[in-house]
Structure formats: structure tokens, C-alpha cells
Design a protein around this ligand. Sequence first.
Ligand code: TGC
Ligand code: FAD
Length: 393
Amino acid sequence: MKTFQGLDFYDLDGLLTEEEKLIRKTVREFVEKEVLPIIEEYNEKAKFPSQLIPKMAELGLLGAQLKGYGCAGLGANAYGIIMQELERGDSGLRSFVSVQGALVMYPILTFGSDEQKEKWLPLLQQGKAIGCFGLTEPDFGSYPSGMRTNAKKEGNSYILNGTKMWITNGSVADISVIWAKTDEGSQTQGIRGFLVEKGTAGLKTSDIKGKISLRASVTSEISLTDVKIPVKNLLPKTEGLKSALMCLNQARYGISWGAIGAAMACYHSALEYSKERIQFEKPIASFQLVQQKLAWMVQEITKAQFLAWRLGKLKDEGKLKPHQVSLAKKNNVWMALETARMARDMLGANGTAYEYHVGRHMCNLEAVKTYEGTHDIHTLIVGEAVTGIPAYR
Ligand code: TGC
Ligand code: FAD
């Protein structure tokens, strides 16, 4: 099959800097050489290819959007391009980098003490420590305010009890950012972030097996039973659920870009396949119904690219609003999932085979549609922004 070139129907490249294009080239080559040859095998085995972590760290991909502690301090669009290229490989790989940078390093940098930053950020940036973000619980996904995990202060310690569910990298994390309710403040304002180190007594994890989606990613349950941590492990500047949601803004931003990568991979497969596949004595690309699908993909990928690019500009200017991130996350993941489903259809039976990648992307995108706020929750966030009326309850 012809080498992947991406899709640039409206000369988005004309708006990218030389640095952004160089970053894209570097990450694209990494994905081409190191990820694509092995990813289907890992997906089938339901294993994360952890041997890629040192290489991703060496390329500066971990916490690339952050400043200090060895991080690259890239602009928002350069960071987005990294997410796009990684997710062109696999959503699980992008998830790993998203969680590490946006959900673990970002909260430590934003809400942590100097001691926490100095201890963890260099290790996380170098891929020598892995982190996870524990917000979701078995009974509280879209509605994290209801969480039962609690932290009680006893002298110089906090005692944590509760269960976190569906946590990316939960069982392999050296450091877990756990969100728990304290008795200080209201239901949402009493929520604070805590750092729980691997090996702490009472911390147990088990992996979730049998996933149809994000198979090449570790997803775990974390149980906390009388987990005693020193007061200094509280992220001191966290102020309620709002702080957790601030982390989600960062990760949702990355997903808005990442989904474009998965969509472009599926578009590329569908285009190349339809030019080569002969039915009724003609390439299937010559049929109007097939061209309609390709044209739809080009149209929606192009719209998504500009949405993400503009979002990045707003982010760099410090003007980004959470509901703008919601619109892009919801639109771009929907677009990618529809593209993957269409590509799967266009490849006929081959679309169900691992070799062509589109089936894996399609399954992955089902989870991406759900995590970091479901498609419908983001619809309600946009609805609230335009009407002023929250419709969650
Ligand atoms: P609500 O009362 O609306 O909000 C509580 C406080 O937070 C403020 N706020 C935000 N602040 C910053 N950024 C945002 N996006 C914010 N959204 C709300 C809000 O102003 C309020 O502040 P204050 O000062 O009044 O306390 O809370 P609610 O209980 O009504 O819930 C609102 C809702 C539904 C939008 C929110 O809870 C939500 O987003 N739910 C979805 C949950 C979610 O996204 N979970 C993701 C878990 S992590 C994950 O999936 C990782 S996947 C990892 C991978 O990539 O592998
Ligand atoms: P629910 O909240 O039970 O939603 C079920 C359905 O009800 C959805 O369609 C939803 O849109 C709908 N619904 C809910 N409330 C409303 C409403 N008010 N109005 C209309 N419809 C509504 N979480 C973490 O904390 N950390 C992680 O690292 C992490 N990684 C994940 C990795 C994977 C592979 C997956 C699949 C999930 C991960 N999650 C993680 C959890 C994820 O964030 C949640 O699954 C997500 O927030 C949705 O919660 P839920 O699954 O409990 O669904």
C-alpha cells in the first residue's frame, strides 16, 4: 500500500510552523517504524507495548506541552500533532501519553508542592515512572461529584478508602493521582487530589480483561482499603472537582487532535484499498457510492482539522473555554468513529481482518467516544454553554 501522507485538502500545512511539521515527521516515522509493525500483535494479545516507553521519552513526547523539569514546553498545536500521529498508530498509545502528560504530570505541575514536582516530574518525563489518574468509580462515571472514595485526615496522615474503576495504567502506575472526598467543603468542593505511591499498604489493583476496545492499553480497577499516606501527598493546590476537570480539559484537548490521526489512518486504508479492489470489472473507487464515502471522510476530516487547529490557538492565547474543548472532543471522535465504520465497510470482509488496521481503530474509538466524558455529556456541556441551563440532572 502507498505510504501514508496524511490528508491536507485545504492546505492546513500552510498554517503550521516548520517546528510543527518537523515534529509531525519525527513522530510519524516513529509510528511507521516502531508501532505499526507490532501493534496488531499487541492488540490481539491485549498487551501494551511497554518497550516503546523509553523511545517515546527520548523523543520528548511525555509531558511535551508542559514547561520545566525537562519537558519540551511545546505550543498547543505541536502537542496536538503528537497526539494525532500517535493515535494514527493506536488510540492506546495516545492514551498512554495523554494520561502521563495531561492527567498525571499536569496536575502535579499545576497543583503540586515543589517537593512533589521535583520528585516526580523528571521521572515521569523520562518514562522512568508511570502514572495514572483515578477519578471514575464503579457507580460514578459521568457523575464524578457523587464519588464515594474518601480521605480522612488523622494527624499527619490521610486515610483513603474507596474503589476506582476503568483506570488507564492503574496496575502499572508508580504514582496514582487519586481523587477523593474530604470532609472539608461541599460535595464537589471537598474533592481533592492525592498522590498514592505503588506499594503503599492497602492499595490493590487488578486489570480489566476481555475488552473489545483499547486492547493494547492497560485498564485497571484500583481498590483502596485504609491506605495511609502522609499529608504531604495531598496535591495542595487542588480545590474541589474543578481541579480534576481542569486536568480533563487538557486530555480532552489532546483527544480532539488524536481522533484525527485515527480517522486519517482509516481514510488512507479505504482510499488505497478502493483504488485496488476490483469488482464488476472496475476498481470499487469508480463507483459513485464509494466516492461519496471518501468525499464524506475528506469533508469531515478537514472540518475536524480546522476545529483542532483553532482550539490550539485559543489554548496558546489563554482563551480556551471548557465547552469549546467539549465541542471538539465530541465532534472529532464522532467523525473518526464514523470514518472508521465506513472504512471497515469499504474494505468488505478484509475490513474485519487485523492486517488492515481499520477494525482495530473502529473498536478503539468506541472507548474514546466514552472516556474523558461521553459524547452525550459533551453535548450537554455545549447545551449548557448556549442556554445557561444545565440539563445533567
Ligand atoms: P459542576 O457543578 O458543573 O462542576 C463542578 C465545578 O467544576 C467547574 N467545572 C469545570 N472547571 C474546569 N473545567 C471544566 N471542564 C469544568 N466543568 C465544570 C464548575 O464551574 C464547578 O466549579 P465550582 O467553582 O462551582 O465548584 O459539576 P457536576 O457534578 O454538575 O458535573 C458536571 C459534568 C457532568 C460536566 C462533569 O462532571 C463531567 O465532565 N463529567 C464527565 C466525567 C469525565 O469526563 N470523566 C473522565 C474520567 S478520566 C478519563 O476518562 C481518562 S481516559 C484516559 C485515557 O486517555 O486513556
Ligand atoms: P455512565 O456515566 O454510566 O454513562 C452510561 C450512559 O449514560 C452513557 O451513554 C452516558 O452518556 C449516559 N448518561 C450519563 N449521564 C447522563 C445524563 N445526565 N444525561 C444523558 N445521558 C447520560 N476514568 C478515569 O478516571 N481514569 C482513566 O484513566 C480512565 N480510563 C479509561 C479507559 C477506558 C478504556 C475506558 C473505557 C474508560 C476509562 N475511564 C477512565 C472511565 C471513563 O471516563 C468513563 O467510562 C466515562 O466517564 C463514562 O462513565 P461510565 O462508563 O460510568 O458511563
